[in-house]
Design a protein around this ligand. Sequence first.
Ligand code: IMP
Length: 192
Amino acid sequence: MILCFATNNQYKIQEVAQLLGDNFKIVSLQEIGCHEELKEEQSTIEGNSLQKAKYVFERYHVPCFTDDSGLEIEALAGEPGVHSAYYSGSRDFDANIQLVLHKLGGITQRKAHFKTVITLITADTQQQFTGLLPGSIIQEKKGTNGFGYDPIFVPDGHAKTLAQLTLQEKNKISHRSQAVKALINFLATTNR
Ligand code: IMP
């Protein structure tokens, strides 16, 4: 079965294609002739994930899935959420981290989670798969691995930030890998 992974991130495509095995041929947006930037206009991660999948399925008539992720901080009412990538107004990871630390100021309740929502749409199904990684935001950056908010996020039950873990260690617990596993499980059991 041909499935479009509606992302422009080649690394994510390779990773998921490898996990899905030979029953599924994963194609990119470019391979289905979609060269536009997919719009993310919703106020939730779930909404943006669905908007992108619906757009691709309705316009290109190809079974597809999308992913959308972000960091939600309890004391900031779920921010940065859908604004995670451009929270400070730019994609600069450090500027985004500094804004989060500034907004948290003297706040001691620093619980947060990373969330990934994958939306799958085929001719006969529409499903969402969610991965959650609970943890907390520390006072200053630690570690140099990973990307985004990894240096200030310590997963529950761990003493290190995500940026102090290896990629393999992060992948074992990450929100993204949990959502991908749920998708793979669904596809394997339904064989759609
Ligand atoms: P995307 O939807 O996967 O592109 O993620 C949107 C934004 O959320 C990224 O640009 C990062 O700022 C943040 N984010 C998502 N996943 C992670 C992660 O695993 N670590 C750190 N930041 C992340």
